[in-house]
Ligand binder design. Structure first.
Ligand code: ADP
Ligand code: AMP
Length: 216
């Protein structure tokens, strides 16, 4: 199954995508995670991307699209993927369709996780991420068993630099202006599955499963 997972920053895409990917035996491809891995490794791509990410702006299309084209061509995507974080603009959505068509593929579903804006800032400010495996936690909603340590691998948890209140505000503005129109775009194409993201993590996952015809 070829799935795009959409929603504003903090909607819970990464949290749900990991579980979905494990159940569907497909990779979870997060453009944000790929950029952050490059920033950590100090690559040229990482240095360039960081100039935009640190301000909450979008990384330019030529960089992002080349990166995702290569990633989707890898062998582990042959049976499907969960794409999290792209597309973020109508232009990227058109480009994604063309990239997939070149590979003889198309999207099966676009899952949009809907969360009221007033909840997003608290979700993002309380988010903690594992430095080692990128597993995501929340100080109150989804805390690790031991404070500051990842349940999965024991790695150190950290707060993303772009999860500061000022950068979050810009990211939400960028989302409203550039990404929100994708909801109507995919609805028109008959691909949209809208999910109420203002529920427990398990209930959101159950609703996604039902909508995708999966029994997980
Ligand atoms: P996104 O990938 O959409 O930016 P994340 O999956 O990183 O969002 O989730 C943002 C924050 O909200 C994290 O701290 C996560 O633990 C928390 N979270 C995710 N889903 C839920 C939920 N259904 N209810 C409450 N908190 C959630
Ligand atoms: P995320 O991990 O999805 O919250 O993304 C973190 C940051 O990475 C975003 O605020 C953008 O700066 C950048 N980014 C991720 N995906 C894209 C994309 N598809 N297009 C442009 N920038 C992106």
């Amino acid at each position: 199954m070829n799935i795009v997972l959409m929603g504003p920053p903090g909607a819970g895409k990464g949290t749900k995508a990991d579980v979905m990917a494990r159940n569907l035996f497909v990779p979870h491809i997060s453009t944000g995670d790929i950029f952050r891995a490059n920033i950590k490794a100090g690559t040229e791509l990482g240095q360039l991307a960081n100039q935009y990410i640190s301000k909450g702006d979008l990384v330019p299309d030529e960089v992002t699209l080349a990166m995702i084209k290569d990633r989707l061509a890898e062998d582990d995507c042959a049976k499907g993927f969960i794409l999290d974080g792209l597309p973020r603009t109508i232009g990227q959505a058109d480009a994604l369709e063309a990239i997939l068509a070149e590979q003889g593929k198309q999207l099966d579903k676009v899952v949009n996780i809907d969360v009221p804006e007033e909840l997003l800032i608290a979700r993002l400010c309380g988010r903690r991420v594992c430095r080692n495996c990128s597993q995501t936690y929340h100080l109150e909603n989804n805390p690790p068993t031991e404070a500051g340590r990842c349940d999965e691998c024991g790695g150190e948890l950290y707060q993303r630099a772009d999860d500061s209140e000022e950068t979050i505000k810009n990211r939400l503005e960028v989302y409203r202006a550039q990404s929100e129109p994708l909801i109507a775009y995919y609805e028109q194409k008959g691909l949209l599955l809208s999910i109420n993201g203002n529920q427990t993590i398990n209930n959101v996952l159950m609703d996604i499963g039902k909508g995708l015809g999966q029994n997980w």
